[in-house]
Design a protein around this ligand. Sequence first.
Ligand code: ATP
Length: 509
Amino acid sequence: MSDEKFKKVLSHAKEYGFVFQSSEIYDGLSAVYDYGPNGVALKKNIRDYWWRSMVQLHQNIVGLDAAIFMHPTTWKASGHVDAFNDPLIDNKDSKKRYRADVLVEDYCEKIENKVQKEIKKAKKRFGDAFNEAEFVSTHPRVVKYRQQKEDILNRMARSLENEDLADVKNLIEELGIADPVTGSKNWTDVKQFNLMFGTKLGASAENATDLYLRPETAQGIFVNFLNVQKTMRMKIPFGIAQTGKAFRNEIVARQFIFRMREFEQMEMQFFVRPGEEMKWYHHWKETRLNWHKSLGFGDDYYRFHDHEKLAHYANAAADIEFKFPFGFKELEGIHSRTDFDLTQHTTFSGKKLQYFDPELNKSYTPYVVETSIGLDRMFLAVFSASLQDESLPDGSSRVVMKIPAILAPTKVAVLPLLKKDGLPDIANKIIDDLKWDFEVTYDEKDAIGRRYRRQDAVGTPFCVTVDHQTKEDQSVTLRDRDTMEQIRIPIAELRQHIQDKFDLRNWLK
Ligand code: ATP
């Protein structure tokens, strides 16, 4: 995968009504995007797929929809006011702004690329006899590269932890890191930058309250812990799931919908007994990976990245990384958050956020295991892995979106072969029947081959074609997006025939 693939993703997303730049007629707003008709349908289907797997299929997980605005003390308690920062650095010549930590990480990625090159070379040389683990632990150049990388990352982690931003700048200068766009090494000092957007609540300037747009949905769940537990009589272990918008004033936002300033999260906080969090942490790591794999893109699209450096609230954390067109990057986080959040909110609010465990006959502050995924990032994952340029046996090619059928924006396109002879009427009757179960669309423009291609390009799993034979024997042609096979089938059997493809059982069971 490459830059070229990424460019294709961008242009396809726009051309076929999936994603538009926000306020495009005013030249857009950086890192903010709008979803078009096909995009909103795909996004909704991904959200539903997540929601059903979490809430519908788990008797001990319930939903919540907390407001975006929250009492400002929430963000004091959660640590976001003091610590939700990224270190930024500006280049004085190019006036471009970067995340200092990302500049250093990218530098280390280049060292790692050298390691991978050595491994590839050695693999070729030694063939089947190649032992990768032994090679990387003994080959002098590889050992040196890996040590170098580790030293750099350790030093940066230490400096950031100690708030020694001068040393982060020193590191960038010592390594000779240049502005990736212009090559200039003329850097400003490193500064901390809080990622929360501020706003004001209230009619007059004097008594307005300073608020933040939430930077994550999780806190809405924590502050409602008792409301939900008591009203729904939940017994530990149980979870609360929520989807909704979050806002971050990201410093660098140049990767389409991978990193946005306004985005949507799908989060689930699972409350457990203290001491049992590791069991559940592993359980949810596995469960979430399986959810991703259920979509059928193939195992090599995913890998775990276990965090060595943990956030102040976590005692274990891992990312599920996805192979995006620009490499493996975080798609979802699974975090064991201990009792940090509930304890903090107890301290700041004075309300005891505890649970009485009837089996243990005592009260405690539950521990939390969180699964947190960006809906837009998941959209990009599905979109980029689905988009394919396929060569066909007859020497031609087609652009096809192999979107997992259950997520496809449109499930069935109904196409009258001709715009006359009563064929459109029959097609519309079929639509009137199928629309109760599936997202359907009608298309009568252009030759049938071009219409098939159009449906391929937006990922419609089935096309139904109405022709003259239909008038005689009530049968239609059913075309499969992936195999391009066409079969003849009675209209009366259509629904029965296709519904298996969209049955949640066949995806998640
Ligand atoms: P990153 O390291 O990429 O900035 P993060 O570790 O800050 O992400 P979390 O705070 O763990 O991310 O958020 C959980 C999930 O929310 C991420 O895995 C990602 O899918 C999504 N997410 C976070 N920030 C953004 C963003 N700016 N745009 C889109 N999705 C995001």
